[in-house]
Ligand binder design. Structure first.
Ligand code: GLT
Ligand code: MN
Ligand code: MN
Length: 412
């Protein structure tokens, strides 16, 4: 193939995107409660061993591109859009005003706000640090984010305590640190109650997000299950205001089955928000876009969510790879992530309505009709042919994933 020089490269990418087909229109994409993070779109490709590969992108540009793509909701950290030293100043008010204008102009809504409590040096010992002034500052930051949330019309606030932990052992008291962390959340909820009254809005849904490691080596609330225990521990003054924002990859990172982790959150009535992405088990937080690594598992996750009435938000918390250009972030990365999600969601509807799966599940639930008093061996024998249906169901789900249920076969 002949070389592809500068100006021709975007044209090639566009032509091959067209050739891929299978895209949805912006109007179709907007029907889903999909949310696009400022930080994902503006991620420049940097990491501990990686220099940035993309140029900075501001919120106006992100919001404009989200409109073009058909992503109807936008999410942000406080410091994604307001520099730390401008928080609480006139510049914050100006920026919030400019964001509102941009959202209105492009027909987007801000659905979620979150406080950056991990990047700045002030959080070196976490927002629940020993120094009382750091904890006071953290409380102020959380309340300030809740205020920004009300000003922008958000319904959710997310808390990711990635720095709530330690690198070296024995330096902090875990029980005390968790109590201090609860004080921060309590402050955010109480500030929210007052602000909701002032802004004549409902209080936000406060959602905790777990990640098992990184950036702290050991994290005090490493899993969604640990967070459920924390929510119900008695430390929170308003446990009814606090739920979960699980992230698909963060559950995989500790070796969990994401679907089972989500099921536990659903059972507790705490699945309120969901960060969607993909990656590998027992590895670091690569934040690959949804469906590129584990499409079959993703399909099963969405079957669970569809059949239990969870319809979003689905927050595209992934990092466009550093090999993707600024142009590629909005022309390839975001639209294809959204389209894979929609495809998997619709397939999940096919799984949920599939007559073969229905009949198999019903038969399994009916059982063999044997007498429980006949003993273990007799019961096992009575049910053994029925149990082959487990594998048949799994095969059927695979068929739906690859379109074989619609007659897709290969000429062999
Ligand atoms: C950070 C983290 C994400 C969280 C964000 C919310 S920050 O990018 O890796 O998983 O959702 O604070
Ligand atoms: Mn996340
Ligand atoms: Mn992640």
């Amino acid at each position: 193939m002949k070389t592809v020089s500068g100006g021709d490269q975007q044209a090639l990418v566009s032509r091959l995107m067209q050739a891929c087909g299978g895209g949805y229109t912006p109007a179709q994409r907007r029907k889903y409660f999909i949310t696009g993070p400022q930080w994902a779109a503006a991620y420049e490709g940097q990491a501990l061993f990686h220099a940035p590969t993309r140029k900075p992108v501001g919120f106006e540009e992100v919001i404009r591109h989200f409109e073009e793509i058909g992503i109807g909701h936008w999410t942000t950290h406080d410091t994604d859009v307001i520099p730390t030293d401008a928080l609480g100043t006139e510049r914050q008010e100006e920026t919030v005003g400019a964001i509102r204008k941009a959202l209105d102009k492009h027909g987007l809504e801000c659905s979620m706000v979150t406080t950056e409590t991990f990047h700045h040096a002030v959080w070196a010992a976490s927002p629940a640090a020993e120094a009382p002034e750091v904890r006071e500052y953290a409380k102020w930051r959380l309340a300030n984010t809740v205020k920004i949330g009300h000003q922008l019309g958000a319904r959710f606030a997310v808390y990711w305590p990635g720095s709530l932990g330690y690198q070296v052992q024995g330096a902090i008291d875990e029980t005390q640190t968790l109590k201090w962390y609860a004080e921060g959340l309590n402050h955010a909820c109480e500030a929210d109650i007052a602000l909701a009254r002032e802004y004549k809005r409902d209080t936000l849904k406060h959602c905790m997000e777990a990640k098992p490691f990184e950036p702290a080596a050991e994290i005090l609330l490493p899993t969604s299950d640990a967070m459920l225990a924390f929510i119900f521990s008695g430390l929170l003054k308003h446990p009814e205001m606090v739920g979960l924002n699980p992230e698909y990859l963060h559950e995989l990172m500790w070796g969990a089955a994401p679907r089972a982790a989500l099921a536990r959150a659903l059972l507790c009535g705490k699945l309120w928000h969901f960060d969607i992405n993909d990656g590998y088990r027992l590895k670091h937080d690569v934040d690959i876009a949804v469906g590129l690594v584990n499409p079959l598992d993703w399909l099963n996750v969405l079957v669970l969510l569809r059949t239990h009435g969870y319809h979003g938000p689905f927050n595209l918390d992934y990092k466009p790879p550093r090999t993707t250009s600024n142009h590629g972030v909005f022309s390839v990365s975001f639209p294809t992530a959204v389209d894979r999600f929609i495809t998997l969601w619709e397939m999940a509807g096919e799984v949920a309505g599939d007559p073969i799966i229905h009949e198999a599940v019903a038969a399994l639930k009916a059982g063999a009709g044997a007498n429980p008093g006949e003993g273990a061996a007799a019961l096992a024998e009575a049910n053994k042919e029925l149990l082959t249906l487990h594998e048949l169901i799994s095969h059927r789900i695979f068929q739906i994933l690859v379109g074989a249920h619609q007659g897709r076969v290969y000429a062999v």
